[in-house]
Design a protein around this ligand. Structure first.
Ligand SMILES: Cc1cc2nc3c(=O)[nH]c(=O)nc-3n(C[C@H](O)[C@H](O)[C@H](O)COP(=O)(O)OP(=O)(O)OC[C@H]3O[C@@H](n4cnc5c(N)ncnc54)[C@H](O)[C@@H]3O)c2cc1C
Length: 367
């Protein structure tokens, strides 16, 4: 029987799984094709504080800014959501990866860098190890073990500018299915002096860099960038649906993180869902090794915790990404008039739309 685990991919999901497994005394090795983990930083690092707390990572050293609100733009209208407390942190993704790596190694996991796993080597590893595919959106593990497709991707382009934000604790999102079909454009003060500008579009709608070039031509974006110099720019991809299969109990293969498509379709955020999936995967592997339970419990465990949230995120994304900017603008105007901005400021939750709905209905019933 296999009693060791090989994790392909040393992003946050793979490293969180490694730490959890090693802590349970399971011999675990992480393989990553990169020589230095976490670079280049192609993704942003905006994470809800409540979500971060569920990951059990000592993430404080990676905080670069604190967010307590967002401006939502559509069709010329703006909804200003202001929370009474800090809601999210902006994290330095490279540092976050380093912290996850340190924690995994301290727990006893081995990390092998510069090791791209594919083909015969994957086959060989799988003969003697349970495999966790944590190798990102275009997963070689998923392909090798025929675990089906991810039905929808968002392509992204983001850049940093040397610009000082007018309100350093506020991010801005721009919804318009002409400019950002499938997701949105965003501005985020990564630090006091660095503004991130990015856009995500459904991959069937063309090129994210071309969409980015149109986005930075919008007056509000141009004003925010001002004379700031562009410091870097990266294209990337985000899965926007769960993969057809995330576990093969017979061959003892599990997918976590972007490889599994464990990303919120509303925002493209994947660290919280992927990191928690890694926790669930580690728990199920331990139960499998100790008590012989099927690894299928991983799918059940993940869907129990996140199935409803994923369906709600998908429905919300389906709504705003198919509506015209003017229609969304009208909805924002009405929402402002009836106080939805204040409700979101008080009860908003970036990760769990079901909680917002519950709070909304409870408040409606109460008064
Ligand atoms: C522009 C953009 C903005 C984003 N913003 C946010 C945000 O604000 N908040 C948030 O929560 N999420 C955000 N995300 C999503 C988030 O970055 C991902 O969900 C997260 O990085 C997924 O982590 P992972 O560990 O699953 O995969 P990855 O971070 O992709 O790591 C996969 C690792 O596997 C390695 N690898 C791949 N193939 C192989 C192989 N064959 N052999 C060995 N190693 C291999 C890679 O080198 C890599 O290190 C954003 C993404 C993008 C693109």
């Amino acid at each position: 029987m296999k009693d060791t685990v090989a994790i392909i991919g040393g992003g946050t999901a793979g490293l969180i799984a490694a730490k959890r497994l090693a802590r349970m005394g399971i011999k675990t090795t992480v393989f990553d094709q990169k020589k230095v983990l976490g670079v280049p930083v192609r993704a942003s690092g905006i994470l809800s504080i409540d979500g971060l707390e569920t990951l059990g990572i000592d993430y404080f050293r990676s905080i670069t800014n604190t967010l307590s609100g967002a401006d939502l733009h559509a069709g010329g209208e703006v909804m200003r959501v202001r929370a009474h407390r800090p809601m999210a942190y902006v994290l330095d993704r490279r540092k976050l990866n380093e912290i996850c790596r340190e924690e995994a190694e301290d727990a006893g996991a081995r990390i092998e860098l510069g090791r791209q796993i594919a083909g015969a080597e994957m086959q060989k590893l799988s003969r003697s190890n349970i495999i966790i595919g944590a190798d990102g959106a275009i997963s070689a593990v998923a392909r090798h073990f025929s675990m089906g497709a991810i039905g929808r991707y968002i392509t992204t382009y983001k850049a940093e500018y040397a610009s000082r934000a007018a309100e350093p604790g506020i991010a801005s999102l721009f919804f318009d299915n002409k400019i950002a079909p499938g997701l949105f454009g965003w501005l985020c003060p990564n630090t006091r002096d660095i503004l991130e500008v990015g856009i995500g579009i459904d991959s069937r709608h063309g090129n994210a860099k071309a969409a980015f070039d149109r986005f930075i031509g919008i007056d509000a974006v141009k004003d925010a960038i001002g004379a700031g110099q562009m410091l870097n720019g990266y294209a990337s991809i985000i899965p926007s649906m769960l993969r057809e299969r995330i576990v093969d109990p017979v061959r003892e293969v599990l997918l976590v993180g972007d490889a599994a498509g464990q990303v919120k379709p509303t925002t493209g955020g994947g660290i919280i869902f992927g990191g928690n999936a890694a926790r669930i995967a580690a728990f199920c592997i331990n139960e499998h090794l100790i008590g012989g339970s099927s690894l299928k419990t991983y799918l059940d465990g993940f869907m129990d915790e996140y199935g409803l949230e994923l369906r709600l995120h998908s429905a919300i994304n389906g709504f705003y990404s198919s509506a015209w900017g003017r229609t969304l603008g009208g909805i924002l105007a009405i929402s402002n008039a009836i106080g939805i901005d204040r409700f979101l400021g008080r009860y908003g939750d970036m990760d769990r739309p079901s909680l917002i709905m519950k709070r909304f209905f409870l408040r409606s019933l109460a008064g």
